[in-house]
Design a protein around this ligand. Structure first.
Ligand SMILES: Nc1ncnc2c1ncn2[C@@H]1O[C@H](COP(=O)(O)OP(=O)(O)OP(=O)(O)O)[C@@H](O)[C@H]1O
Ligand SMILES: [Mg+2]
Length: 432
């Protein structure tokens, strides 16, 4: 039959529909090289014919000419491709090891066809992008991020106002639910902590769990954001479910700015889904969040989607500043508690460490300890840490919070809607 039609075509070579029909039949018969010939003829006569291009690309794919297939597909609007063609496009990219582009297109495809699944593509893209991730669903094993911290508020130096806020806003409602109900105050909502790195956001979140003898789940949002559309939502839901199954529980979300609506590396619409899922989980739409304390942290509050700040969600936003002098004394004492020390003039060190974060102070002590260890090994005698050692460490390790403030300052000055960042200005002693 094909031969008959080809003969007919030789008589009327400009009959495009007939030629397409022939090509189609050839493809059914796996005569891809012949089909390519016919389709090329079609495209000569009808430039940019989409169906012809799609079929041509598919033939190239079957012929193992993947880069030709890619070039052909690239001339077409990806969004307009039928699902099957899109899948061939992605497969061609995989064959050519253009994994990133394949991933990006797959994401786009899933936005419009969430049901689409292709075992082969899934297998390759999954393995190709993440080395640790095996076939297992990343959050299947709930145990590894569930902790039972022993750190308490008393282990956290300084941070008085933060401790107060956490206590009032989320601990007390948990302990006295009836009292809060009597005053018509609904429990719920979380606290968003922000500030320069190393100043104790994660530390205080953990201590909150220890303080009330609750479990602690810490989630870096970057871990949750899967490149698989739909998986991020699943991951998030699962985290909340684990929390609900382990009450009382502090659920701590780190790097919430990862959910900023302006992120370029995930498609806008996809991100919207994740954000909506997060909001629904926070609001406890389908489930009960009682007994779950929700804390979040970020270094970039200005990138956090505004929807998170609405009442009942992260409606308390607290600036976690570098420790002041009094707090530094406190932190240093905490940190030196279990170390071999001589008389140490903690006040003196505190006075000279303006701008040092808690993590910076930890670094100072580490440096001193290392020094002493080296000496102790040399002399065969345990040498305690002295004030002098710490003063020396101050020269070696400089504070790491400045950089953060240099960008935060601009947001506080020029993007300070409803005084959100007044605390930054206060810390920097800038009057508005
Ligand atoms: N107030 C504090 N009291 C005692 N130790 C502290 C305090 N703040 C920070 N530290 C020490 O510094 C380390 C780093 O702090 P943490 O991880 O909580 O900072 P962070 O604010 O979460 O920083 P990042 O923004 O980088 O996540 C803590 O593990 C702790 O050892
Ligand atoms: Mg942290």
């Amino acid at each position: 039959m094909i031969q008959n039609l080809v003969d007919a075509l030789n008589l009327s070579p400009d009959n495009v529909p007939l030629r397409l029909q022939v090509a189609h039949l050839m493809m059914n018969e796996k005569m891809y090289a012949e089909a390519v010939e016919q389709l090329s003829e079609v495209l000569k006569r009808s430039y940019g014919h989409t169906t012809a291009q799609q079929q041509l690309a598919e033939c190239f794919y079957y012929l193992g000419k993947y880069s030709a297939a890619i070039i052909t597909y690239e001339q077409l609007e990806f969004e307009q491709l039928p699902v099957q063609s899109a899948a061939f496009f992605i497969r061609s990219l995989i064959k050519e090891h253009s994994i990133e582009q394949a991933m990006e297109l797959y994401r786009q495809l899933l936005v419009h066809h969430p049901q689409f699944a292709d075992e082969e593509i899934d297998k390759v893209l999954r393995l190709g992008t993440s080395t640790e991730m095996d076939d297992e669903f990343p959050f299947d094993d709930s145990d590894y991020f569930l902790e039972k911290p022993t750190t308490k508020f008393s282990d956290v130096g300084g941070m008085k106002n933060v401790k107060n806020e956490i206590s009032l806003k989320i601990i007390q409602p948990l302990k006295n639910p009836d009292l809060y109900k009597a005053f018509g105050k609904k429990a719920g909502g979380g606290i968003l902590l922000y500030g320069p790195p190393g100043c104790g956001k994660t530390f205080i979140a953990k201590a909150t769990a220890g303080e009330i003898d609750a479990k602690f789940i810490s989630i870096g949002l970057h871990d949750i954001l899967d490149m698989w559309i739909g998986n991020s939502e699943k991951n998030l839901h699962q985290v909340f479910e684990v929390a609900r199954a382990n009450k009382p529980c502090v659920l701590f979300f780190d790097e919430v700015d990862a959910l900023g609506s302006s992120r370029a590396d995930l498609k806008q619409s996809a991100m919207r889904h994740v954000i909506n899922q997060f909001l629904a989980e926070l609001d406890g739409v389908d489930a009960d969040n009682e007994g779950i304390l929700i804390l979040a942290a970020t270094n970039a509050p200005w990138s956090v989607d505004g929807a998170f700040r609405r009442p009942g969600r992260f409606d308390r936003i607290i600036f976690v500043a570098p420790p002041d002098e009094e707090a530094r004394v406190d932190i240093l004492q905490q940190l030196l508690k279990e170390k071999p020390v001589a008389e140490i003039d903690v006040k003196k060190i505190a006075a000279q460490s303006d701008g040092y974060s808690g993590a910076d102070l930890t670094a100072l002590i580490d440096i001193a300890v290392e020094d002493k260890l080296a000496h102790s090994i040399e002399t065969g005698e345990l040498q305690p840490i002295t004030t002098k050692d710490l003063l020396r460490a101050l020269k070696v390790h400089k504070p790491t919070t400045q950089e953060w403030f240099s960008s935060a300052r601009n947001y506080a000055l020029y993007a300070n809607e409803s005084g959100l960042y007044d605390e930054i200005l206060k810390y920097l002693k800038i009057k508005r």
